[in-house]
Design a protein. Structure first.
Length: 298
């Protein structure tokens, strides 16, 4: 009997390591980017940091790995209700702690700027909706918690996969090809639309899950076809990484929202392939219980 991927390998992966890299890269990349804006002269070290962090965009990696692991979580849940409860428990307590810490710091640093709009801000933060209170719109970068948009987008993707996973798992290869192609087209189309219309349209595109769906859907696709794709990706991770590196160094890319579509396709394949093949720092010590703690990437 052919041994399937999930029979022995599903709990043996390095996705945590990739997740930490992605989160740190986003943090340092934003720090360097914003620090540059407050200086009158270029800082070479900051430019280098931004270039390194953008080489493998953390947001792309997080959404792709999330598509793979969250689909696994949904498949292992007894019901949609259980799945959504797991997502809430995984996401919201940490978000609420961060919100409280953020509020405390604001009260310490700029108490004179706060007004009633901070109450509205707290109400949106509780549900993971990115928002900056009017009283702080001109403070610092103009965004109290600029990274929160990824959480709001992730929540949308959690809901989408909850209702459409049953259809996705029944799709054949041709249907998957069509779905992925359409998602690529939508990503590129959102890039052109945001640049052409700007303003409120660009902001709506930024906050919706639609332009980022291709990365998440790639993760879902690999999970549903894992018995065939994971062994292939394990073998192709290093060749794909070499091709990706050369194309990035040559600054060759294609249009795409947030990241060029070449990055948006190759980076998820490399991350999931590498996570299951070369980065098994959890090794055989990882249990199903431990695995459940990393299936809520956000």
């Amino acid at each position: 009997m052919v041994q399937k991927f999930q029979d022995k390998d599903f709990y043996n992966n390095g996705f945590d390591l990739i997740r930490y890299w992605a989160a740190i890269s986003v943090m340092l990349g934003h720090f360097a980017w914003r620090a540059q804006a407050f200086t009158n002269t270029p800082i070479k070290a900051m430019d280098t940091m931004v270039s390194i962090m953008h080489f493998f965009p953390g947001v792309v990696l997080l959404f792709a790995i999330s598509g793979f692991l969250v689909t696994a979580s949904l498949e292992r849940s007894k019901s949609k209700k259980e799945y959504m409860l797991k997502r809430v428990v995984r996401l919201y307590p940490e978000l609420w702690v961060c919100t409280i810490v953020n509020l405390i710091m604001l009260c310490i640093v700029v108490p004179n700027l706060l007004d009633k709009s901070i109450i509205v801000w707290l109400g949106t933060q509780v549900f993971g909706v990115a928002n900056t209170p009017s009283c702080l719109s001109n403070f610092a970068t103009g965004s109290v918690n600029g990274s929160l948009w990824t959480i709001f987008t992730e929540i949308q993707l959690y809901i989408v996969i909850c209702f459409f996973n049953g259809f996705l798992k029944k799709m054949n290869n041709v249907q998957w090809g069509i779905a992925l192609t359409v998602s690529v087209a939508v990503n590129v189309g959102c890039d052109y639309a945001a640049k052409y219309f700007g303003g409120a349209i660009a902001k709506m595109i930024e906050r919706a899950f639609v332009p980022y769906f291709i990365w998440f859907l790639l993760g879902c696709f690999i999970y549903h076809k894992r018995d065939v794709l994971i062994p292939v990706l394990k073998k192709l991770t290093l060749p794909l990484l070499a091709v990706y590196t050369v194309l990035r160094l040559l600054n060759w890319n294609l249009p795409g929202y947030y990241a060029g579509i070449m990055v948006g396709i190759l980076a998820p394949l490399i991350a999931i392939g590498g996570g299951t093949a070369y980065l098994r720092f959890v090794s055989n010590a990882t249990s199903p219980t431990e695995f459940s703690s990393i299936t809520g990437l956000c």
